[in-house]
Design a protein around this ligand. Sequence first.
Ligand code: ATP
Length: 373
Amino acid sequence: EQQPEAATAGGDVRLTGIGKTYGDFTAVQPLDLTVPQGSFFALLGASGCGKTTTLRMIAGLEEPTSGTVLIGGQDVTDLPPYKRPVNTVFQSYALFPHLDIFENVAFGLRRRGKKDVKKQVEDMLELVELGQYARRKPHQLSGGQQQRVAVARALINHPQVLLLDEPLGALDLKLRRQMQLELKRIQTEVGITFVHVTHDQEEAMTMADTIAVMNAGRVEQLGAPADLYENPGTTFVANFLGQSNLIAAEVTGSADGDLLLSADGVRLAVPKARCATEAKKVYLGVRPEKITLAHASAAAGIAEGRNRLTGTVVDSSFIGVSTQYVVRSAAGQEIAVFEQNMDRDTRIAAGAPVVLHWNPAHSFGLDAAQAID
Ligand code: ATP
């Protein structure tokens, strides 16, 4: 016999045909989206793409123009925010300034006349590692600590789903990185569903199991961070998740699971399994760090079966973790290359003739009918 689901497990979120228009402006096109129970899910996209509106429709803070919202199997579309099994953490922590940290976290429990407040608040402060700050006022804490209080205050209500609206947006980069790991740890410990809105691809990739990349009110692609990065389906996703070289090419045939391409007469290959298109005109995509760069005089040592292009170094900058090159290919396209195995002394100077090469398995193919912005 199957075990019943654990009572502490978070709910899943099911959006069906959910959309939002303001007058004749469409902020979110009707979309279907399932957030699995217990996952850390990120809505990622540039400013204005509709991610906050989507989150607010889950929270009940925004009324959808169409569609339904189910949380843990329950239709909550017509329920006000406080009747939904969710809590939201905002960028502005909105703590009560006159209450100490303990009372800020206790607030929801006291209001609902709960017993055993002390133990629950202490456990929650323990979870967010603020036990020793219980008697401080919010202004006596750092931004990151205040944000952890806001998380504790939301989690103490035992929501099935925690919604996070750019919660780290006000923090400096170093603190933001710490808090990303901290939030991920907390999510793993409590095991409920987190839905996190961010415009920062690194943040989404650090924290989330699944990312929905949004663009112009639509989910452009949904997947695990590594899959989106290695196998983007559109030029937008390719460029939003890190830097990408997109080389225009034509399909000339196929062999051994690869599509064979011609890019201005240069023969290149890309695995069919990594092509998001059947089109004849494609972009071959390759990430800068997948490309190896060699001085043209050393090109004889490059193994067979690799994609290769000749070119000239336009610029090189040593930035510590890598040396970043801009190379102009023989066809005149600028290609970015990040080299990890070169330092100040072995760096190849501007003007030098070079050969770029990479494993075809590290390429992906996209429909060239799309714009690149
Ligand atoms: P940001 O990161 O800047 O918050 P976002 O991706 O979260 O961006 P939304 O806040 O969801 O974007 O907004 C989506 C679009 O809907 C934007 O173009 C915005 O201007 C528009 N919009 C949002 N709220 C309203 C409103 N009340 N009336 C009219 N338009 C709105």
